[in-house]
Design a protein around this ligand. Sequence first.
Ligand SMILES: CC(C)(COP(=O)(O)OP(=O)(O)OC[C@H]1O[C@@H](n2cnc3c(N)ncnc32)[C@H](O)[C@@H]1OP(=O)(O)O)[C@@H](O)C(=O)NCCC(=O)NCCS
Length: 169
Amino acid sequence: MSALLKDPALQLRPMDESDVDTVTEVEHLAYEFPWTAAVFRDCLRVGYCCWIAALGDELVGHAVMSVAVGESHILNVCVRPDMQGQGLGRKLMYRLMGLARAHQADTAYLEVRPSNRAALGLYASLGFNQVGVRRSYYPARSGREDALIFAKELGRYLPRGSGAMRRDI
Ligand SMILES: CC(C)(COP(=O)(O)OP(=O)(O)OC[C@H]1O[C@@H](n2cnc3c(N)ncnc32)[C@H](O)[C@@H]1OP(=O)(O)O)[C@@H](O)C(=O)NCCC(=O)NCCS
């Protein structure tokens, strides 16, 4: 386990309105086409699961998911660039999957750019499989980029560290 994950100052907690400006800053550092503050506020307003990872007072990651009628849609998982590669993305995903299970979701869905190697590696390592493609879905530097649709049946496959996932519920 990385030193970051062992740090007692690292906590996952629900996002609130007062986090949105800093979350948006992290979002802009991590994505070429980031969500705006208004999008995060809408997600909070409609009651999506919005979580942040905090290291002491610093926000170092965030994640957003909708859950409805047996399905969960993971809409955003983001780790501040200087904190990437230390297991935080996986930890945020465990938290979302634990919450989805707690809301009786059978399946988790998400979309990802085929160029996003880190995200593809993360989702594959958690047992997500590609189930479809949305052509020209995302804006890209030149033109548009497809979205690969990934899904995972929740509850059947317990990935490495699933004990941590149960504690995260
Ligand atoms: C995708 C993202 C959330 C991953 O977070 P992270 O904290 O860096 O990832 P972790 O350290 O938890 O890594 C978990 C697994 O993901 C995979 N992974 C992470 N970075 C990778 C990379 N650069 N290349 C390939 N696989 C990678 C590995 O399988 C890794 O497991 P391992 O360390 O046992 O090999 C992070 O890179 C990020 O915030 N990117 C910008 C925002 C984004 O693209 N979000 C996803 C939108 S679909």
